[in-house]
Design a protein around this ligand. Structure first.
Ligand SMILES: N[C@@H](CCC(=O)N[C@@H](CS)C(=O)NCC(=O)O)C(=O)O
Length: 287
């Protein structure tokens, strides 16, 4: 057990030294822009500003699902926002997301551009706009939105909690890792029990709830998120594994998950960009 008594919090917290850990250089206790920079705009109706993290993947997978279903109006330019280098604090990005987090979307199809931030909000916006992947009838719609909001509320315990202390913190704090491993395993069990009884998270149909949940929880199962599959005994969640593999096999998921990834596909401006990146990955063979 770590010595938790070593640090005595002062009466008022002040930001006087880096907190340590992987993202210490971008953490700040204030919001707002750090520098002036206009965002690039491409020719497509939708502009995605993102990076291929689990939250970023949700938006790109949704756009690829819409395109695969024949919604040509979902064509998009995807621009890389390098969060490790602070691009999310540019004046242009803060204008479209005052919270300085990827992903953010701008719909430029109308007279006035519409900004959409928060990955869950982007999924609902696109689902409503194109009439896809969000049931219109009750109780299916309520079930889908319940699981979508579950994901948005639950994932910070997996990411900011477990992932931070297991993978990124400057030292391994047993108390913190235990606390968040416990919660992460509880969440995996919530999904496993649900998927024991239903093909997809919201029921019989694939929806935006699956798109929101797969990059995070499917990522844990596939050992792609925090490389913690063994630590969390992820192979024991058999129903979650079945669902994770089924979602991973969808062509739109395979396309969307590589968008805005450094070294593979930093930007996407047409379907051909993804075709080329996938062909390149295939030629390179398994990583
Ligand atoms: N609730 C937000 C979370 C987005 C989020 O945390 N994005 C991370 C990357 S996965 C980010 O932009 N981090 C940059 C930072 O914290 O400065 C959403 O679902 O869109």
């Amino acid at each position: 057990m770590n010595d938790a008594s070593a640090y005595v919090p002062p009466r008022v917290w002040v930001w006087n030294k880096p907190s340590g850990g992987k993202f210490a250089n971008i953490n700040r206790p204030v919001a707002g822009p750090t520098h002036e920079k206009v965002l690039p705009v491409g020719k497509q109706p939708l502009q995605l500003y993102s990076q291929g993290t689990p939250n970023g993947q949700k938006a790109a997978i949704m756009l690829e699902e819409l395109l695969a279903a024949g919604h040509a109006g979902a064509e998009y330019d995807a621009w890389l926002i390098r969060i490790g280098e602070g691009d999310q604090f540019s004046s242009g990005f803060v204008e479209i997301n005052p919270n300085s987090k990827i992903p953010a979307l701008v719909d430029r199809r109308g007279v006035k551009p519409v900004r959409v931030f928060e990955s869950g909000s982007i999924l609902v916006y696109l689902a409503e706009k194109f009439g896809a992947l969000l049931p219109t009838k009750q109780p299916e719609r309520a079930e889908c939105l319940s699981w979508l909001f579950w994901q948005v509320g639950a994932a910070p315990f997996l990411g900011g909690g477990f992932g931070h202390f297991y993978a990124y913190a400057p030292s391994k704090i047993e108390y913190a890792i235990n606390r968040f491993a416990m919660e992460t395993k509880r969440q995996l069990d919530v999904l496993d029990r649900r998927l024991a009884e239903h093909e997809y998270v919201a029921g019989d149909a694939y929806t935006i709830a699956d798109i929101a949940i797969w990059p995070w929880y499917g990522g844990v199962l596939r050992n792609e998120v925090y490389h913690a599959a063994e630590f969390l005994a992820a192979s024991e969640y058999h129903h979650l594994r079945r669902w994770s593999d089924a979602v991973a096999a969808r062509p739109a998921v395979q396309r969307g998950r590589i968008v805005n990834t450094t070294g593979v596909l930093p930007e996407r401006h047409s379907a051909a960009d993804i075709d080329a990146a996938l062909a390149h990955l295939q030629a390179a063979g398994p990583a």
